[in-house]
Design a binder for this molecule. Structure first.
Ligand SMILES: [Mg+2]
Length: 130
């Protein structure tokens, strides 16, 4: 590997790390904003696109169905395990070649992830059994 290739390789690593750090900052900012809304410290942002409303409704419905059919998570570890299982199911679909990937299956797994996350948030909000 020439010095130029090594430099480019390091440059690519730095660029990837910078993009990753920007992404983490963006996600942390979103989580902070969501916590502020949950705590009542900030107003809920206005609805600008109905797809978020429809997605939220789907996640809420799935969470309510799960809440009706299953007991609350007995521990933080159980909640984590269920969440990881749903993320793994999402990844099973994502890692397929694009022509074999099903958007419906990805959407359903994303809804499952959201429903589990919503139940975890609700349990944390009410103090949780853990
Ligand atoms: Mg699932």
């Amino acid at each position: 590997m020439s010095w130029r290739e090594a430099l480019n390789d390091d440059g690519a690593k730095v660029a990837r790390r910078e993009r990753w750090e920007e992404r983490v900052k963006l996600l942390e900012g979103r989580a902070e904003a969501a916590r502020a809304v949950l705590d009542g410290a900030a107003p809920c942002p206005p609805i600008v696109n109905d797809r978020i409303g429809r997605a939220s409704a789907a996640v809420e419905t799935a969470a309510r169905v799960a809440e009706h059919n299953y007991p609350p998570y007995a521990s933080a570890h159980e909640a984590y395990g269920v969440l990881v299982e749903e993320v793994a199911e999402f990844f099973d679909e994502v890692r397929k070649k694009s022509h074999l990937r099903s958007k419906l299956a990805m959407k359903n797994e994303a809804i499952d992830i959201g429903a589990v996350a919503l139940r975890i948030v609700a349990l944390c909000e009410e103090g949780g059994p853990w």
